[in-house]
Design a protein around this ligand. Structure first.
Ligand code: NAD
Length: 339
């Protein structure tokens, strides 16, 4: 049994990762600032497990963070705590700088001063590579972030990499494509669409819906992270993706087909094109051949199956939405004059 610290474990990927880590018989401590994006519903099933402990802590509270790390003495830290919504980063980048950059810096500084270094898996995004109109980004491609969100993630990746080189911190950086699945905040595309379908509302799509993303089911990402923590080479970057790109309009159409098979759709459920957000990247796509070849990881869940599982989860867990502030579900952020 390993002792593992997960940061940001009340959020989407962190809570799915913790479930998997517990299933694999690890002991997990979850620290989270409990922002609007967190949800205790996400850890409801595991909250009484003897191998799970939650501690409220902001990565910017360095003193408390250090006390927790000294007390828990984890073998591995998965760093997922971050501000993650691009639109919010356009409205107000400050929190992104504080949580994503300074928060990671605090974590690195604590690890740097420990006698026995702890392995750090730093979870990042494909958005750091910026627009990729053709082909797929590789691990050695230059970072070209377009939003304050992706810039803050890029900065934190650079910091981690510099601590590996300068202080020999045993860290690994992962860059994953767009995740979808259970427990994701409905400010993000797929859970928002499902919320609107379940509540007889229009389905908002930016611009003409042509922006293309590489979609990966969250459990596939979490399995990859565990594999990286066990077999990944310290100091390396690993891209994690499905190789499956589609545009947003196709996502909506596919989701509507799934929903129509399962429930009666309300009259107002129609696609509505809304003003695009500033700096909206047209396409992200990554080359994941490194993790596939070196670590023998391959995604297991194709988009159709993942979409069905995702719709079923939100349909059967509508209480999930009720635990969030309504204004965070329905509010348009990032674009001031949109009607
Ligand atoms: P999320 O927004 O659902 O969850 C983030 C969690 O971090 C929340 O529970 C929040 O309360 C917590 N948090 C925020 N600031 C904190 C701080 N200062 N201290 C402690 N906790 C804090 O995010 P997610 O989608 O689960 O993403 C997790 C990580 O994975 C992020 O680093 C993100 O950049 C990365 N990532 C996400 C995706 C995706 O598609 N969702 C893809 C690739 C990488």
């Amino acid at each position: 049994m390993k002792k593992i610290l997960v940061t940001g474990g009340l959020g989407f990927i962190g809570s799915n990762l913790i479930k998997l880590l517990l299933r694999k018989k690890n002991k997990v401590t979850n620290i989270d600032k409990v922002t609007y994006a967190s949800n205790f519903y996400n850890t409801k099933e595991i909250s009484n497990s003897a191998n799970y402990k939650f501690i409220k802590c902001d990565l910017n509270n360095k003193k408390k963070l250090k006390q927790i790390i000294n007390r828990v003495r984890p073998n591995v830290i998965f760093n997922l705590a971050a501000e993650t919504h691009v639109d919010r980063s356009i409205d107000g980048p400050k929190n992104f700088i504080e949580s994503n950059i300074i928060g990671t810096f605090n974590l690195l500084e604590i690890i740097r001063t420990l006698k026995n270094k702890i392995k750090l898996i730093h979870i990042s995004t494909d958005e750091v590579y910026g627009d990729v109109l053709k082909g797929r980004s590789r691990e050695d491609d230059a970072y070209k972030p377009s939003s304050p969100y992706s810039a803050s993630k890029a900065a934190s990746d650079h910091l981690v990499h510099s601590y590996i080189r300068t202080y020999n911190i045993p860290a690994i950086i992962t860059n994953c494509s767009n995740n979808y699945g259970p427990r994701q905040h409905p400010e993000k595309l797929i859970p928002k669409l499902i919320y609107n379908i379940l509540n007889n509302k229009k389905l908002p799509i930016y611009g003409k819906g042509k922006n293309s993303r590489e979609w990966i089911y969250v459990d596939d990402h979490c399995e990859a992270l565990i594999k990286v923590s066990k077999n990944g080479k310290v100091g390396e970057f690993y891209n994690i993706g499905s190789n499956y790109n589609i545009d947003n309009l196709t996502v909506v159409k596919k989701l509507l087909l799934v929903a129509k098979k399962k429930i009666k759709i309300g009259k107002l459920v129609k696609i509505k094109f809304v003003k695009d957000r500033p700096g909206h990247d047209v396409r992200y796509a990554i080359d994941s051949s490194k993790i596939k070849n070196k670590l023998k990881w391959i995604p297991q869940i194709n988009f159709q199956k993942g979409l069905e599982k995702t719709f079923d989860w939100y349909f059967n867990n509508q209480k999930y939405y009720s635990k969030l502030r309504k204004k965070d579900i329905t509010r348009r952020i990032g674009i001031k004059n949109d009607k």
